[in-house]
Design a protein. Sequence first.
Length: 97
Amino acid sequence: MKRTWILGLTIVLTGCAVPNWQHPTNSEYDFNRDKALCSMASQQANPSSASPYDPTLTAAQQAQLGYYNAGANIGRGFAVQNYFENCMTARGYYKVK
């Protein structure tokens, strides 16, 4: 049981590792600029679909809306990450782990 828990934690933490982006010629200044531009573009291309709190709904309806928002935000997270990685790749960067 303990081994399974440690293995699961290791897999989760490995999945959270941040890749290093490399470019053959760009400086750190260029990297920071490109990273900011790609980050902004990915957020704009994938706007949040979370519904705001509605006081006219019952508690059960609010709970259902919360579940919907959670699922929508998970999907949005994947779309934002994918857009960001494609943007960085298009600018000539590649990932080094």
